[in-house]
Design a protein around this ligand. Structure first.
Ligand code: IDP
Ligand code: MG
Length: 149
């Protein structure tokens, strides 16, 4: 099983979309193994978005992500990293398919509701920024025997 990092961004929290995001993860059969509501400080935001430093959207992105509370999650399941990226949709909500979170709830690229790790390396790196080992819960969902063959 893979574990990936997913976060409801401040616009998602302010718009009351935490529950919808969580429902989509749960209904797909993925398991939330850590979850935390927090306000990201500037230093953490810089670390999280280090790959985008120097880009024209970098400063607005840091302002956006530090502007209010976020809900950070660790999500586990078979192929969790790519499945969560699919559930989230394309970066620009205008390119995101209906049925995805961004395609159903977003319009502007700078207000795209959720963040999701894009690879095994990013998932590990980002999970380590937001969670310590004691933040994870070890359990399995009762229906996993029916979700996995
Ligand atoms: P991702 O969130 O789909 O992985 P990235 O390319 O990693 O997309 O960009 C990180 C975040 O930066 C995006 O989710 C979005 O909030 C913001 N962003 C990316 N490109 C632009 C842009 O061209 N204008 C404004 N914001 C952008
Ligand atoms: Mg990214």
């Amino acid at each position: 099983m893979e574990t990936t990092f997913l976060m409801v961004k401040p616009d998602g929290v302010h718009r009351g979309l935490i529950g919808k995001v969580v429902s989509r993860i749960e209904e797909r059969g993925l398991r939330i193994v850590a979850m935390k509501m927090m306000k990201i400080d500037r230093e953490t935001a810089e670390e999280h978005y280090a790959e985008h430093e120097g880009k024209d959207f970098y400063e607005p992105l840091l302002e956006y992500i530090t502007s209010g509370p976020v809900v950070a999650m660790a999500v586990r399941g078979n192929s969790a990293i790519s499945l969560i990226r699919d559930i989230v949709g394309e970066t620009d909500p205008q390119d995101a398919s209906p049925g995805t979170i961004r395609g159903d709830f977003g319009i502007d690229i700078g207000r795209n509701i959720v963040h999701a790790a894009d690879s095994e390396e990013s998932a590990e790196r980002e999970l380590n920024i937001f969670f310590k080992s004691q933040d994870y819960q070890e359990y399995s969902r009762v229906e996993e025997n029916w979700i996995y063959e």
